[in-house]
Write a protein that binds this ligand. Structure first.
Ligand code: URA
Length: 169
């Protein structure tokens, strides 16, 4: 599951998250690690576009919070990618700045979180693209470990006497 900040102009018109320029970069990053939109559930902290794309206000984050909680409960993701500081503050309050923890795997019970720079930030500051690429490569390795199928069960040898008895039963 991927959690961004809020719909922008294009998302607001189309009713879908990440369909604008930031979404194109997100698609490229997903493709880099052999994932597509069909493999992920994408949503935002805010469900409506803030006027002029300003930062979400605390009361807006609070109002939308039950929807995000319900989405998490329904989707039951194993891994949540947190895009940008607003999603980080919502999902992992007090965890620190995105510039410090981006690309790390943070486990909370059954859930694993991976905070990443927001792709829109990389559109403004090109030097963040390399960080995102590096973090997505790292993400591929996390996913390979976290989503690997469990090893087949080791057969337990039945003691001879018991197997003899079972056969006779
Ligand atoms: N930025 C976001 O955080 N979400 C979107 O859906 C689009 C841009």
């Amino acid at each position: 599951m991927i959690v961004g900040e809020a719909p922008g102009f294009n998302e607001d018109r189309q009713g879908e998250p990440f369909v604008g320029a930031a979404g194109k970069l997100l698609d490229t990053l997903l493709a880099r690690i052999s994932l597509s939109r069909a493999d992920v559930y994408i949503t935002n902290v805010l469900k409506c576009r803030p006027p002029m794309n300003r930062d979400p206000m605390p009361n807006e984050v609070e109002s939308c919070s039950p929807y995000l909680k319900e989405q998490l409960a329904l989707v039951k993701p194993k891994v949540v990618l947190i895009l940008g500081r607003h999603a980080l503050e919502r999902l992992m309050p007090g965890q620190g700045s995105i510039s410090r923890i981006h690309g790390s795997l943070i486990k909370r019970g059954e859930l694993a979180y991976v905070p990443l720079y927001h792709p829109a930030a990389a559109l403004h500051n090109g030097s963040l693209v390399a960080d995102l690429e590096h973090d997505f490569d790292q993400l591929r390795r996390y996913l390979d470990q976290l989503l690997a199928p469990p090893p087949p069960p080791v057969p337990v040898p039945v003691p001879k006497q018991e197997s003899e008895q079972l056969r006779l039963l």
